[in-house]
Write a protein that binds this ligand. Structure first.
Ligand SMILES: O=C(O)[C@@H](CO)OP(=O)(O)O
Length: 229
């Protein structure tokens, strides 16, 4: 049996303020910190152990991982960052208030932007300072790899190569693996693991700061999964 634990970062400052976040590099809130420490304590109490961890290049996930590893006295395990674990890019919606956007465009449109599988948000202009081409952490990527706004399908397509190339080989080697990522990059992974349809994925929500344990068989098919609270 292979063990994989997924963790969405602790509550961020922008989760708290109800702002579309995406690739904006906001930090976790005080409540987010508490969630991370509690997650670490709960995993430790259950006797969970990790051999390595993956996370994104966004600080809300990185800090969540640091706090959790510190709490579990596991700061020594290898950590691999990968931009493909980033949150879904929210395009020109990044920084807008979700409730105000729903008032302006209607709740149905905002639900499509937030949860549908294949409706993209309005894209960022190439000249927009929020475009990832201005961010040094993405400077080694080819221009066509840089999103200006993604639907969940786009996130699945960029995430799966990272899963296959970097994470699957470690799981097959028997490494107990932790992935600390984001609401929608984890929805992309759960969709793939549990073979959830494009329609059903609309209803799936993953809470902040709550470890989700997957037990996988030899073929990396899920045997069962549960939240540790
Ligand atoms: O703003 C975001 O980037 C995400 C995650 O917080 O929000 P949503 O709930 O709309 O997927």
């Amino acid at each position: 049996m292979h063990q994989l634990v997924l963790l969405r970062h602790g509550e961020s400052q922008w989760n708290r303020e109800n702002l579309f976040t995406g690739w904006t590099d906001v930090d976790i809130s005080e409540r987010g910190r508490e969630e991370c420490l509690a997650a670490g304590r709960n995993l430790k109490e259950k006797g969970m152990m990790f051999d390595l961890a993956f996370t994104s290049v966004l600080k809300r996930a990185i800090r969540t991982l640091w706090l959790l590893l510190d709490e579990m006295d596991l700061m020594w395990i290898p950590v691999r960052n990968d931009w493909r674990l980033n949150e879904r890019h929210y395009g020109a919606l990044q920084g807008l208030n979700k409730a105000e956007t729903a008032e302006k465009y209607g709740a149905d449109q905002v639900k499509l932007w937030r949860r549908s599988y294949d409706v993209r948000p309005p894209l960022l202009e190439e000249s927009d300072p929020r475009h990832p081409r201005f961010d040094p952490r993405y400077r080694d990527l080819r221009p066509e790899q840089l999103p200006a706004g993604e639907c969940l399908r786009d996130t699945v397509e960029r995430f799966l190569p990272c899963w296959e190339e970097r994470i699957v080989p470690e799981l097959r080697r028997g490494k107990r693996t932790l992935i600390v990522a984001h609401g929608n990059s984890l929805r992309a992974l759960v969709k793939h693991l549990d073979r959830i349809s494009d329609q059903e994925i609309i209803e799936l929500e993953i809470p902040t700061g709550t470890p989700l344990v997957y037990e996988l068989d030899e073929e990396l098919r899920p045997l069962r999964h549960y939240y540790v609270k």
